[in-house]
Ligand binder design. Structure first.
Ligand SMILES: Cc1cc2nc3c(=O)[nH]c(=O)nc-3n(C[C@H](O)[C@H](O)[C@H](O)COP(=O)(O)O)c2cc1C
Ligand code: SF4
Length: 481
């Protein structure tokens, strides 16, 4: 992962752990209304892909265990990982693009209800993404993938196509800049990646026509499976975030201006709402800041928030960065991963940071976004996430009006019981995240995600399920108050 050049090592903020009486009157443990439902407390575990689904996208016993373990810590809300809305093969990522996925999802819902004893509300994150290929061997790229055009041929008069391919393959990489255009160079150096601006491709052109119904059907299934609501994934590097992006120049009314860029996200929302009705939670996750050159920043994020809240979304969950555009070049045979560049750092910051540091990095954007909503009389709850790992931080940002709900991904992975420990006045027992991203490294390699603080503990526990490498437990050891 990219690290800010300053590389200042930051210490974890003081826990400021409350005693049980203080916790009982804390904002963090007070209820909050989210559209038609009430969360018992303002604690939220955001989506985290654990790489435990089958190759076909079905729920497995390991998926069920993963969510049951988070649920036993009884957060106010738990969001199931990014789940594909289409009925297309997409490797071991959870899917909800067909009714055949319902059975497994129902089991997951049931397990969460039981493990949290009904205390935790459960949402599922719905995602669409475009195609991406691995970085090719240069020889293969020139022999098979590069589409030769007159532009290439004009550089090499008299040469056959085959000879041109051989010639290009033999050139040192920097010289290729003279012969290949930007997209071709990217396909060679990073792997080919589809974009929402590829309007010469009919399936990209028609995204605004097909996506509302695809999301609506997925949302209908989420409701049928028993979830309390859905989170539309409008963040990071994926299709819907690309529509919102400041770089979206689609000339068909779905880009170029911020009104154009938010048009499809709103149309998807309306189709979803129509499909699930008003008594089911529909919110979204989007970026407070894209963190890339030409990307949108705070002012646009506030505008988007107002538009989405006005349209009727039940919550807005803020993330940051996580884009393909500034990602690091992957090794040959790997796909580019959107969390390896500076914007990826914004999304999952580590303790090796700039002066701002990783802790609560998104909070300064949340405050003005939430304020922009309130200024318009919109009371939609705002969830903020990013390096939040202490009671003092969480309570502080709720008290100063930065957000209504506190999201904590890695801290909850490090210790799924940390909310309960705080609430019971046992904050000293919290296993605190190191924010060095061992878990994110596993995610990047598409390996089953675990936490370095517990994955080697108690491996002799009877009946324990281990990762494919046989060396790691898949869920945190049990904690009983
Ligand atoms: C292993 C892993 C998987 C993640 N998967 C998702 C995901 O599916 N959807 C999403 O919106 N964010 C995902 N994230 C980002 C987190 O939800 C969160 O925004 C980020 O980790 C920063 O919050 P934190 O500092 O509390 O960890 C993932 C993060 C990690 C570490
Ligand atoms: S692996 Fe590291 S960064 Fe990830 S949750 Fe555990 S301690 Fe935190």
């Amino acid at each position: 992962m990219w690290t800010p050049p300053e590389r200042i090592k930051h210490e974890k903020p003081e826990g400021g752990w409350p005693d049980a009486r203080t916790a009982a009157s804390a904002r963090l443990f007070s209820p909050v209304q989210v559209g038609p439902i009430r969360l018992e407390q303002r604690t939220w575990v955001p989506a985290m892909v654990p790489w435990r689904a089958t190759e076909e996208g079905f729920v497995t016993p390991d998926v069920v265990d993963w969510y049951a373990r988070f649920a036993s810590g009884r957060p106010g809300a738990l969001v199931v990982e990014a789940t594909g809305v289409r009925d297309n093969p997409s490797g071991p990522l959870l899917r909800i693009g067909h009714d055949r996925f319902l059975e497994g999802l129902k089991e997951l819902v049931q397990a969460v209800r039981e493990a949290s004893q009904g205390h935790t509300r459960l949402f599922i994150q719905l995602i669409d993404f475009l195609s991406i290929r691995r970085r090719p061997e240069p020889a293969k790229f020139f022999a098979r993938f590069l589409e030769l055009t007159e532009r290439h041929r004009s550089h090499f008069p008299g040469l056959t196509d085959e000879a041109i391919r051989e010639h290009l393959a033999a050139l040192p990489d920097p010289e290729l800049d003279r012969y290949l255009d930007e997209r071709e160079l990217e396909s060679l150096r990073f792997g080919w990646r589809e974009r929402i601006g590829d309007l010469d491709k009919p399936h990209i052109l028609e995204l605004p026509r097909v996506l509302p119904d695809i999301f609506a059907q997925a949302a209908r299934r989420a409701r049928e499976a028993g979830f309390d609501g859905i989170e539309l994934h409008y963040a990071h590097a994926y299709t819907m975030a690309s529509f919102l992006s400041g770089r979206n120049d689609r000339p068909d009314g779905y880009g170029q201006t911020r009104q154009g860029r938010i048009r499809l996200p709103l149309e998807v929302y309306r189709a979803v709402r129509q499909a699930v009705g008003s008594d089911f939670v529909v919110g979204c996750r989007y970026l407070a800041h894209e963190g890339i050159e030409g990307g949108y920043a705070l002012e646009d994020a506030a505008f988007y928030g107002q538009e989405m809240a006005r349209a009727g979304m039940d919550f807005l969950s803020l993330s940051r960065g996580g884009k393909f555009e500034d990602a690091r070049q992957p090794p040959v045979g790997w796909s580019v991963y959107p969390y390896t560049g500076p914007s990826g750092y914004e999304c999952m910051p580590t303790v090796f940071s700039d002066r701002k540091g990783p802790f609560g990095r998104n909070v300064e954007s949340a405050l003005p976004i939430r304020q922009a909503l309130r200024d318009q009389g919109l009371d939609t709850p705002v969830v903020v996430t990013g390096g939040i790992c202490s009671f003092a931080q969480a309570e502080g940002l709720l008290s100063d009006g930065s957000a209504d709900i506190v999201g904590a991904a890695r801290q909850s992975l490090a210790d799924p019981d940390w909310f309960r420990k705080m609430q019971l006045g046992r904050g000293q027992e919290v296993r605190r995240c190191r924010y060095t991203n061992y878990c994110e490294g596993l995610d990047q390699k598409h390996k089953q995600v675990t936490c370095q603080l517990w994955d080697r503990l108690g491996l002799d526990e009877p009946g324990l399920r281990l990762a494919q490498d046989g060396k790691r437990r898949l869920t945190a050891p049990r904690w009983t108050p």
